[in-house]
Design a protein around this ligand. Structure first.
Ligand code: BTN
Length: 243
């Protein structure tokens, strides 16, 4: 079945909008809302998401992944990250996935996602995948630490609808694959991580800076780091900063 695409010229946030029109859960699975401008675009950690009118990709997709157990919900981040990684890699070199789910071009963030799950007795009843990808924006004025757009990297302009279609198709593909085999997806996610190998600086909640390498990402989404002394340290999202 083909995806349903809903375009709205402007909204507060596509995540909020898709949830507001889907209170009864009547939207077909994989429906997508996309917009040119958000007046209250939301990022992770309560941040806002900067995006100039008509320049970037801003969309949300709804899934009903009841087969995903609550403790395995990180697979939805992995699917989405991988879809974005694969498509961006068709256009740009040196794309990677920064744990847990940012997409980086070298050391800069080109794409972020805000995934909001509803939890039921058996599993995830609804997942809203909210994606912001920097496509044609030339300057970033806000206080995001390291944004970059496709245009800034190559000097080219890109067709946002073409990108949207490709990404949605890729998410759908990986979503169907994940119903059969999660392990291959997890392997591909880990293989394409930012700082996949080698020692780098990290900072914990207490402000301690230490050198470590990525040892693993657990099914729960926890990041496992191995320090230079061989100690294993586990972190949830927001508990560690990549320095
Ligand atoms: C992040 O902080 O990295 C997450 C950014 C997610 C932004 C997207 S834009 C479309 C969707 N609607 C929102 O309000 N947020 C997400």
């Amino acid at each position: 079945m083909s995806n349903q695409f809903i375009y709205i010229q402007q909204t507060d946030s596509t995540n909020l909008y898709i949830k507001s029109i889907n209170e009864g859960g009547t939207l077909p699975e994989k429906s997508v809302v996309y917009t040119d401008f958000q007046t209250a675009g939301r990022g992770q950690k309560g941040n806002s998401w900067e995006s100039e009118n008509g320049k970037n990709l801003l969309f949300s997709m709804v899934l009903y992944p009841e087969f995903v157990a609550v403790h395995e919900q990180f697979i939805l981040s992995q699917i989405t990250s991988l879809a974005l990684f694969r498509i961006l890699s068709l256009y740009l070199k040196n794309i990677s996935i920064k744990w847990p789910n940012d997409i980086y071009s070298e050391n800069k963030k080109i794409c972020g996602m805000l995934i909001e799950n509803n939890i039921g007795e058996a599993g995830i009843t609804q997942s809203v995948l909210g994606i912001g990808m920097n496509v044609n924006q030339e300057h970033f004025a806000g206080n995001a630490p390291n944004p970059v757009s496709m245009h800034q990297i190559t000097g080219e302009s890109y067709d946002r609808l073409e990108l949207l279609n490709r990404i949605v198709e890729q998410i759908s593909l990986l979503y169907e694959e994940c119903k059969i085999d999660k392990e291959r997806i997890i392997r591909e996610y880990k293989n394409n991580l930012y700082r996949k190998s080698g020692f780098y600086l990290y900072e914990d909640c207490l402000g301690n800076v230490f050198k470590a390498q990525i040892e693993d990402i657990e099914a729960s989404g926890m990041l496992v780091l191995k320090t230079e002394d061989g100690d294993i340290r586990r972190f949830a999202f927001k508990e560690v900063i990549f320095r």
